[in-house]
Write a protein that binds this ligand. Structure first.
Ligand SMILES: CC(C)(COP(=O)(O)OP(=O)(O)OC[C@H]1O[C@@H](n2cnc3c(N)ncnc32)[C@H](O)[C@@H]1OP(=O)(O)O)[C@@H](O)C(=O)NCCC(=O)NCCS
Length: 168
């Protein structure tokens, strides 16, 4: 399947919400608030990078959001998530392409590194790994993973934007 990746435009917002809800309906670890998280990050002005994958018919079939995380590690750290691919097209490379495009764009923007909470078997392929000292409240450490463009001297806890916890 061919698809194009680009940054979101204003007209994409409702389609991103619908796609995100559909993708997480059957996901193993879902809160049901993922679409609201994206909406609230956008409203708070912290959806630093929001990428969509577009199929040849012009439909949005994937989305990746990135927002700054709080940490006392120096530099500029971003969190990846939510990441969604429309159910019918999962496992056909869309999610991987979104992650790789996001990493490249954030590296160009001067990010120090990217953190996320997710399945190590999926995210390991991009270079994300758990690190001693890297943690996120309420999440078992093996699921908290990072990819550093500049390796920090010491790994420290990270916290996602409050929208991840307040979204309804
Ligand atoms: C997770 C998700 C974004 C992956 O995107 P995708 O386009 O389906 O995945 P890709 O085609 O890029 O990669 C496929 C590979 O990932 C693996 N994979 C897909 N989802 C996985 C998961 N939840 N856990 C572990 N591995 C997974 C597949 O087994 C396949 O592995 P292989 O290349 O060794 O055969 C997508 O399946 C999705 O939207 N899932 C529902 C929402 C979700 O769980 N989001 C992530 C929350 S952290």
């Amino acid at each position: 399947m061919s698809f194009v990746i680009r940054s979101e435009m204003a007209a994409d917002q409702s389609a991103i919400g619908e796609l995100t809800t559909a993708a997480f309906l059957t996901a193993a670890h879902a809160s049901g608030t993922e679409a609201a998280i994206i909406r609230d990050l956008r409203a708070a002005g912290v959806l630093a990078l929001s990428l969509v994958a577009i199929d040849p018919a012009g439909e949005i079939v994937g989305h990746a959001g990135f927002s700054p995380v709080e940490t006392d590690m120096s530099g500029h750290w971003f969190g990846l998530g939510p990441l969604s691919v429309t159910p019918a097209l999962q496992r056909s490379g869309v999610g991987s392409a979104l992650v790789r495009a996001g990493l490249a764009q954030l590296a160009d923007l001067g990010a120090t590194g990217i953190v996320l909470v997710g399945e190590p078997t999926y995210y390991g392929r991009f270079g994300f790994v758990a690190r001693p000292g890297l943690s996120c409240e309420g999440v078992p450490d093996p699921y908290v993973q990072a990819l550093a463009f500049e390796e920090p001297p010491v790994w420290r806890p990270i916290a996602f934007h409050p929208a991840f916890f307040s979204a309804r």
